[in-house]
Design a protein around this ligand. Structure first.
Ligand code: GLU
Length: 620
């Protein structure tokens, strides 16, 4: 079957009634579904090489959904949306129409890179005191904020999908959702990651009636090996396929989302207090996912494109690369290379925490932070023989010399605790025409706000907790405080690298603020340290985010370079638990476009239970 080209979903918000929502619809099949009888799992290969287009995601089901679209004539954008929609089914704690994300797109016809900002936005009622407890005048605890309607922002994923399909895709929303509908209907096999992520959330999930009903069948996490179905989500996707995004943005589904956040659907006599939110259906109706310019830096002759604010991904990865441009980062001196990676990341994080927020609300120095000159100004802080005392003070990109005092020997910044979660998911796609997509999507914490929209099968995000609850530095303007319609600062860093104007690498990862270091480390591994993409993704990770010590995976702590790094004054701690058996940083996927015209798709061999890469015509 061939997918017909160019069809747009119509917006029929005004026509969609509550009555229509109660019916179960049968969507016409657009492409064969990826889930076999009883939800049999498609192949889970971490690496695939070949021709005709590629997909990599954390899930074999989602990768297969994207691959099916490619095989039936869809392009990279179509495949990305299909993969994302399937991730909403199989990775419901990390992705879905209750959340948001950022998409980077390379258009093979125009040779241009564009992005979509599908970040959740604050409701009209939001103000600086959003997370201040009126009873105490103090900020809420992070957990109290997460588990509340206050944490829910206007979801952006569905708008991202329809914007991408309309502007660059060739298939309808209905066709793009079909793979997800099939998986949600037939079910998928529960793997240890899904089981452990559910167990990790059991206490709070059990407090919300529709979440407990869906994700804790019989009162416990679905066992490994069982088949998990989500007929409510299948039906929601079918309704969206039939009525279009207006059902959500301006229609009944949007009202239900707002109602869920305003009246958290707890069990009778809950033991946790879920504060009500103030998001409205009007907030949801007014949402847009703008197409915006990417960030750009030139790293050793390569053009690196990523996401501009409200994500800090593009500016922070970009600044760190610009800093590293001033050094020889070579495989012949691994200790020095890792030292430079840690230090560049430390400095870039100092600037990120001070300067980056939603650029519609303050003067965010995106251009300066990504300029080669600013990277050079900041690079003077780094010594090859010692480690910068943390926290490093931010520079001032508005000043000549970047406001940097070199050398710097004592900590002069203010420490900052990351509150971003370790959730989220990343996918990459390409097609036979040469288009490429790198797309990171999330509902923030693993399990988001814990609130499932009753009868609709998807969780709502807690993205508003990515705002700072109170000013970070006393007396210093904080660009990431809550405000009406504002988008919280993200770390998501979906990236596309061009070489001589043609796609070379696409990469991204989940992991809250560690997303930035993971993407940076993979780029350094691949571009400087002689690894291929597969090795660059698999290599042990460390994450230095302007903290006193560098977080590291157990395998990183066993590297032979550790004594050398410690001799330079670096210190390491084990990364925090991530819900998987060993602490992990990130769960990346990537593509590399090889000189012979083939594409290599790569996912994690082990993290998060291993991801799935596939190509249309494999040669390996
Ligand atoms: N909310 C985070 C961000 O936008 C992502 C959450 C995560 O990766 O865990 O940066």
């Amino acid at each position: 079957m061939t997918i017909s080209r160019r069809r747009r979903s119509t917006t029929v918000a005004a026509l969609v009634t509550a009555a229509a929502l109660t019916g179960t619809l049968t969507a016409a099949r657009a492409a064969p579904g990826p889930a076999g009888p009883g939800g049999a799992q498609p192949p889970r290969n971490p690496v695939a090489t070949g021709y005709g287009g590629a997909v990599a995601s954390v899930s074999p089901y989602a990768t297969q959904a994207g691959l099916d679209v490619l095989k039936h004539g869809g392009n990279a954008v179509d495949a990305a949306v299909a993969t994302a929609a399937a991730l909403g089914v199989v990775e419901p704690y990390s992705a879905g129409i209750g959340g948001g994300g950022f998409l980077v797109y390379y258009n093979a016809r125009t040779h241009k890179v564009s992005t979509i900002d599908g970040r959740e936005s604050g409701p009209a009622a939001m103000n600086t005191n959003w997370f201040i407890d009126p009873a105490t005048g103090q900020p809420l605890s992070f957990n109290d904020a997460v588990n509340s309607g206050l944490s829910v922002g206007v979801p952006g994923s569905l708008k991202t999908w329809t914007t991408a399909l309309q502007d660059w895709g060739t298939i309808s929303l209905k066709q793009a959702l079909q793979g997800g509908i099939d998986i949600a209907s037939k079910g998928f096999v529960v793997d240890p990651t899904f089981n452990s992520f559910t167990a990790m959330n059991q206490a709070r999930f059990s407090q919300i009636a529709p979440t407990a009903k869906l994700f804790l069948p019989g009162g416990a996490p679905p066992p490994v090996g069982s088949v998990f179905k989500n007929p409510d989500l299948a039906n929601t996707y079918k309704l969206l396929a039939k009525y279009g995004p207006g059902l959500f943005y301006g229609g009944e589904l949007g009202k239900e989302v707002a109602n869920t956040a305003q009246h958290p659907p707890t069990i009778p006599n809950p033991t946790m207090d879920f504060r009500p939110g103030k998001i409205t259906a009007t907030d949801i109706a007014g949402y847009s996912a703008p197409v915006q310019a990417p960030t750009h830096v030139n790293y050793k002759g390569l053009d690196v494109y990523s996401i501009a604010p409200p994500s800090s991904g593009g500016t922070t990865v970009g600044e760190a690369l610009n800093i590293l441009s001033n050094f020889d980062v070579t495989p012949t001196n691994q200790v020095q290379a890792l030292h430079l990676y840690d230090e560049a990341s430390k400095i870039a994080f100092a600037d990120r925490n001070r300067w980056v927020g939603d650029a519609n609300f303050s003067d965010v120095p995106t251009r300066q932070l990504t300029s080669a000159q600013y990277g050079k100004d900041r690079a003077c802080l780094i010594s090859p023989t010692s480690t910068l005392a943390s926290p490093v003070a931010p520079g001032n990109p508005f000043e000549p010399g970047g406001g940097t005092q070199c050398p710097s020997t004592a900590p002069t910044g203010t420490s900052y605790t990351d509150t971003e979660g370790m959730s989220t998911t990343h996918l990459v796609t390409s097609d036979k025409w040469g288009n490429v997509v790198s797309y990171t999507l999330t509902i923030e914490q693993t399990g988001g706000s814990a609130m499932t929209v009753p009868g609709r099968g998807f969780l709502l995000n807690n993205e508003m907790t990515d705002f700072d609850f109170s000013p970070l530095y006393p007396g210093v303007p904080d660009p990431n405080l809550p405000a009406a319609f504002k988008r919280p600062r993200s770390a998501m860093s979906p990236t596309i690298v061009l070489k001589d104007g043609r796609p070379f690498i696409a990469v991204g990862s989940p992991g809250g603020a560690t997303i930035i270091t993971t993407v940076l480390q993979i780029l350094v591994n691949r571009l400087d340290l002689g690894m291929n993409l597969e090795q660059a993704i698999a290599a042990p990770r460390a994450s230095q985010r302007n903290a006193g010590t560098t977080q590291a995976e157990p395998a990183f702590l066993n590297l032979p370079e550790i004594p050398g790094l410690e001799a330079l004054g670096e210190t390491f701690t084990l990364a925090p638990p991530s819900g998987t058996p060993t602490p992990e940083i990130g769960a990346a996927t990537g593509l590399e476009f090889l000189p012979n015209g083939a594409v290599e798709a790569a996912a994690e061999p082990a993290r998060r239970g291993g991801g799935a890469a596939a190509v249309v015509h494999p040669v390996r």
